[in-house]
Ligand binder design. Structure first.
Ligand code: IMP
Length: 406
């Protein structure tokens, strides 16, 4: 058994390299056994990862996928925007299955609160964009953009205010929001949610940066679990069809208050092909027939919104760019088995579509590099060559164990 902390060092990060939904949860799950702390840095309930609790699959939006590992400390950092009812639901769901995380949950006092009115504004802005520009962003309507708008405008309400009386503030805001967006703020309801949340999670709210610093000084190890992915980054992504947070490693460090020199490795996660939900550029998008086949094989339907994902081929140009932005030290290529029936596998390199011969053999459930068909090995090696980053993990199926470790 390999020692991950030896291979990846005390502070490792897992960052999505495409437009999200790369399957970051699985490698986090694998690493989490050996690390002490799992920290989420940015974004909100726009994320979605499926976690099997008991016999059921559940989609979690706020808690990182490592939360099922008993005894691990869970951090929600300053860069997050938190919808309180969603967080309470997730905590309750875990509790129903006998998993109590309150005593090991650390929520930043600097994280911002997403209120229900932020979700309504999100929906109103999408309608406005669609009417005025003919194209909406295709947001998850979780209030992410409007919550970060408040943050940037320096009027956001943060988790540290959960125990304060915000009635006057919210009432004042309600008048403006009604005027600007024709959205109603249900002040009593929002206050009730705040109070309820304070009773449940008030004791988890703290200076999480200080918690992380002292943990590192005490030789505790950390996995930084990225949310969304780099092509959705507000600065480096396909603007304006992006999310409103910084989804890079640098953004995660900012969101957690950890210095760059503390990071020992950064694992980029990319599918062996590519998907995107929402509008915007997608140069390698497949023809309808190819997209439908890949979508069905890969189960490519949004876990937050249920939308069919747009599906296409790998862009090695994008992967190289993203690897450089983040300084990836390793790749996790996921869902290789989805390509098992393809005779020819297109990919983008230097702005042009090229293709490699497919392996047309089953790779699903393989656990060792040497078991992979030659053409599948060639495909992986091509990714390594063009991006100059070694592939450490290859996903070959849905189960936890379906992973090749190199
Ligand atoms: P927002 O983050 O809800 O504002 O959505 C902005 C864009 O990011 C939309 O295209 C969403 O589909 C996309 N997006 C946000 N979060 C995720 C994610 O976790 N996975 C995939 N796409 C996402």
């Amino acid at each position: 058994m390999k020692s991950f902390t030896k291979q990846f060092g005390p502070v490792t990060s897992v960052i999505g390299a495409q437009w999200g939904d790369e399957g970051k949860g699985k490698v986090v799950d694998l690493l989490a056994k050996e690390y002490d702390i799992i920290a989420r840095a940015c974004g909100g309930a726009n994320a979605g990862h499926t976690i099997v609790v008991g016999d059921h699959k559940h989609v979690f939006h706020l808690l990182p996928s490592g939360c099922l590992h008993e005894g691990k400390q869970i951090v929600l950092g300053s860069g997050l925007v938190i919808h309180l009812p969603t967080l309470l639901e997730e905590i309750d769901l875990l509790q129903e299955h006998g998993i109590d995380i309150i005593d090991r949950l650390h929520i930043s006092e600097e994280a911002h609160i997403v209120f229900d009115y932020h979700k309504d504004i999100d929906a109103a802005l999408e309608i406005m964009r669609s009417k005025e520009k003919g194209q909406e962003i295709g947001t998850t309507k979780r209030g992410i953009g409007p919550a970060y708008m408040d943050k940037a405008q320096r009027v956001g309400i943060r988790m540290g205010s959960l125990d304060s009386d915000m009635r006057a503030e919210l009432e004042q805001r309600a008048a403006f929001i009604k005027h600007a967006y024709n959205v109603t703020v249900h002040v009593d309801n929002e206050l009730k949610q705040m109070q309820l949340s304070n009773n449940r999670i008030g004791k988890c709210i703290k200076n999480t940066a200080a918690f992380l610093h002292s943990s590192m000084e005490n030789d505790q190890t950390i996995i930084i679990e990225g949310a969304q992915a780099v092509l959705l980054d507000i600065d480096h992504g396909t603007y304006p069809y992006v999310t409103s947070s910084s989804t890079t490693l640098a953004g995660a460090l900012q969101g957690l208050g950890i210095p760059p020199r503390a990071v020992s490795s950064c694992i980029g996660v990319a599918k062996a092909y590519c998907t995107r939900v929402g509008s915007g550029l997608f140069p390698t998008e497949a023809s309808e027939a190819d997209a439908t086949r890949l979508r069905d094989r890969g189960g490519e339907y949004g876990s937050t919104t249920g939308r069919p994902r747009r599906t296409g081929w790998l862009s090695l140009d994008d992967l190289s760019y993203v690897a450089r932005i983040n300084g990836f030290t390793h790749w996790n290529i996921t869902k290789l088995d989805v390509l098992d029936e393809e005779h020819s596998i297109p990919f983008e390199l230097q702005g042009e579509m090229q293709s490699m011969e497919g392996w047309t053999q089953k790779t699903a459930e393989l656990r060792e590099w040497k078991q992979l068909p030659k053409h599948a090995q060639k495909y992986i090696e091509r990714i390594e060559k063009e991006t100059n980053v070694p592939v450490a993990f290859i996903g070959t199926g849905q189960k936890r164990e379906d992973m090749i470790l190199r």
